[in-house]
Design a protein around this ligand. Structure first.
Ligand code: ADP
Ligand code: AMP
Length: 216
C-alpha cells in the first residue's frame, strides 16, 4: 500500500503514521523528520533547511523533491507512507511523475481535518523525542516519566517551530500552499477525508474505515 497523509501541522499525521506503518508494513518517509535529522547532523542540507524551518516557511520545492526522489527510488520503499510531503502543488506533480516512472502509484491520500483552535493547543503542548521522533502531548498523551520517551528512553524536547508565533505562520502557509492539494487529490479520485478530532484511537478507526481495512 502507498499512502500520503495530508493535514495542517498538528493534525496528527505523525501520531497516526506510527500505527499505520506497523499495521500495513509500510516505510515512513517524513520530510520534516529527515530535515530535522539533517539539521542535527549539521549537513549542508540541514544548514540550508534551518532558516526556513525556524521561520515556519516551507523549504524550497527542489530541495525537498530531491530528497524524496532519492528515498523513494530505493528498493525498500515499494510500500510507503508519506508524512508531510507533498506540501505544494509542484511537489505533488513531481511525486506523480516519480511514481509513474517507478510504476508505484498511490492508493490513497488521507486528509486529517482538525479545527484551528485545536491545532494550536496540540502544537503548543507537543513534545518530541530527540532520538526516535515519537510525539507526546503535555495533557492528552503525556509520557510515563516527564521528559523521557516511553519508546526509547530518549530526551523529549519542544520543537522551536511549535512556539505560538511560528505556529500561526505555519497554519497560514498550510492554508495558502498546502490546502490546494485537497482538490488536487479529489480530482484524481484518491482523496479520503477523515475527522481528526477525538482520541487517537478514534481517528485511527476512521482511517481504517476509509481505507476499507479491517478494524483494529
Ligand atoms: P502532525 O504530525 O500532523 O504535525 P502530530 O502527530 O505530531 O501532528 O500531533 C500533534 C500533537 O497532537 C502531538 O502532541 C500529539 O501527541 C497530539 N495528538 C495527535 N493526535 C491527537 C488526538 N487524536 N487527540 C489528542 N492529541 C493528539
Ligand atoms: P513537519 O515536521 O512536517 O511539521 O515539518 C517541519 C518543517 O519542515 C516545515 O515547517 C517546513 O519548514 C519543513 N518541511 C517539511 N516537509 C516539507 C515539505 N514537503 N516541503 C517544504 N518544507 C517542508
Amino acid at each position: 500500500m502507498r499512502l500520503i497523509l495530508i493535514g495542517p501541522p498538528g493534525a496528527g499525521k505523525g501520531t497516526q503514521a506510527a500505527f499505520l506503518v506497523e499495521r500495513f508494513g509500510l516505510v515512513t518517509v517524513a520530510t520534516g523528520d529527515i530535515l530535522r535529522a539533517a539539521r542535527q547532523a549539521g549537513t549542508p542540507l540541514g544548514l540550508q533547511a534551518k532558516e526556513y524551518m525556524d521561520r515556519g516557511a516551507l523549504v524550497p520545492d527542489e530541495v525537498v523533491i530531491g530528497l524524496v526522489r532519492e528515498r523513494l527510488s530505493q528498493p525498500d520503499t515499494v510500500n510507503f507512507l508519506l508524512d508531510g510531503f507533498p506540501r505544494t502543488v509542484p511537489q505533488a506533480e513531481a511525486l506523480d511523475g516519480l511514481l509513474a516512472e517507478l510504476g508505484r502509484p498511490l492508493d490513497a491520500a488521507v486528509l486529517l481535518e482538525v479545527p484551528e483552535e485545536l491545532l494550536i493547543d496540540r502544537l503548543t503542548g507537543r513534545y518530541t523525542c530527540r532520538s526516535c521522533g515519537a510525539v507526546y502531548h503535555l495533557k492528552d498523551h503525556p509520557p510515563l516519566r516527564p521528559g523521557v520517551c516511553d519508546r526509547c528512553g530518549g530526551e523529549l524536547y519542544q520543537r522551536s517551530d511549535d512556539s505560538p508565533e511560528t505556529v500561526q505562520r505555519r497554519l497560514r502557509v498550510y492554508r495558502e500552499e498546502t490546502a490546494p492539494l485537497v482538490d488536487y487529490y479529489r480530482r484524481r479520485g484518491i482523496l479520503r477525508t477523515v475527522d481528526g478530532t477525538g482520541t487517537v484511537a478514534e481517528v485511527t478507526d476512521r482511517i481504517l474505515a476509509v481505507l476499507g481495512a479491517a478494524p483494529r
